[in-house]
Design a protein around this ligand. Structure first.
Ligand code: SF4
Length: 384
């Protein structure tokens, strides 16, 4: 996890942007850091994960001290019970990695690493490092569940590995690198192995030249998936110009043939997201008191709610309204049932009564790994 308070201009977590769009890092400096409930949740989950790994492998903690610390976590604003389960999964996975070999590994958690040999002022913090049997294992805990993150050729992980290599190579003979991403909320456990030579080659041939440009904010802009995570995404002139060009290109068409429909969909893939980003940026500007000609902020829709449910219901009951009138008894949904009963136990008990209906057809790119939609029903498919 990156250090929230102090991070490098060319951070490892931002490398998927500045390695591709080199001016982005300097452009982003004009925009403030933002936080969100998801980010706060992630920070707390990381702290719990770090504590568990540290107390298991590095600083054994008495049962009482362990419980005290966990109870302290439980009082945090962003705590929820699932965090304990998912951080256990993280710890168990690391235990598995440790047991892969007989040799006891060197283990470090929240290890600061410095990759400034290849990237000016480049440093970061890895969640966990293991070194054994000539292998450096770099582990990253991802608490998000929106996008599945792969360890394969992952630049953030590779930059951490470069920093760790610099730091530990004189103590241990390292021949290969294993990158591991543990994303327990979506059962994503991704591993990728590369040789030390491959890593150094990438650092010399790709990272160094791109980082040189990125540090001084020069080079070519490039828009793509990475723009979603760029602080300049709503105000980036290059992105706006590129998307406007795409829209202009198609505005003279009357009736498109399917060849053109495919083309338009492919080319305009990023336009919808860009429009959302530019709208969000305009709203921010207006709320700051700035003028965006032709646009203003208004109050959105909101729903009425009871401010103190218990009190309100007490009053209703005191006024003679029957409980049966005020409460409804509803069976839990499957997700809540799984939480209450347990995934396996639920399938054992009522598996025959669980069915997954056929989903509605959804348009995705031809490269999507899911099977093509067919018109036969879920029942027929099951029987087939
Ligand atoms: S929005 Fe995209 S194109 Fe613009 S600076 Fe950021 S990464 Fe580069």
């Amino acid at each position: 996890m990156e250090d929230n308070k102090k991070h490098a201009i060319l951070s490892a977590s931002g490398s998927h942007k500045w390695l591709v769009c080199t001016p982005s890092a300097r452009l982003e400096e004009q925009f403030p850091d933002k936080t969100s409930d998801y980010m706060e949740e992630g920070t707390l989950a990381h702290a719990i994960a770090e504590f568990k790994v540290r107390s298991y492998f590095i600083e054994p903690t008495s049962k009482q001290a362990y419980t005290r610390r966990i109870n302290k976590f439980k009082k945090e604003k962003y705590f929820n019970a699932e965090m304990l389960k998912y951080t256990d999964t993280y710890l168990e996975y690391i235990k598995g990695l440790v047991l892969e070999n007989h040799e006891k590994p060197f283990i470090a958690v929240e290890q600061k690493v410095d990759y400034s040999k290849y990237v000016t002022e480049g440093f970061g913090t890895t969640d966990c490092i293991l070194i054994r049997d000539n292998t450096l294992v770099v582990i990253d805990f991802k608490y998000g569940k929106g996008v599945s993150v792969s360890a394969e050729e992952n630049p953030q992980m590779k930059l951490y590995a470069l920093g760790a290599l610099e730091q530990f190579e004189f103590l241990y003979e390292i021949k290969q690198i294993k990158l591991v991403i543990i994303q327990p909320r979506i059962d994503n456990f991704s591993e990728y192995v590369l040789s030390k030579e491959e890593l150094i080659n990438w650092a010399e041939k790709t990272v160094k030249p791109q980082a040189e440009k990125a540090f001084i904010g020069v080079g070519d802009f490039k828009q793509g998936e990475h723009c979603r995570f760029c602080k300049a995404k709503g105000a980036c002139e290059f992105r706006a110009t590129e998307n406007m060009k795409i829209i202009e290109e198609y505005k003279i068409r009357t009736v498109l043939d399917n060849q053109q429909v495919g083309e338009v969909l492919t080319k305009t893939e990023g336009v919808e997201q860009w429009l959302k980003d530019i709208k969000a940026y305009a709203l921010e500007e207006i709320l700051k008191g700035n003028i965006v000609p032709g646009w203003k902020a208004v109050e959105g829709r909101s729903n009425r709610k009871l401010v103190d449910v218990e009190k309100a219901f007490e009053i209703l009951k005191a006024n003679g309204f029957d409980e049966a009138l005020l409460y409804e008894r509803k069976p839990l949904g499957l997700t809540d049932l799984e939480k209450a009963v347990g995934k396996k136990e639920l399938v054992q008990a009522i598996g025959d009564y669980i069915e997954k209906p056929k989903g509605a057809p959804t348009l995705v790119k031809a490269s999507d790994k899911r099977e093509n939609y067919t018109k036969i029903s879920a029942k027929e498919e099951f029987e087939k």
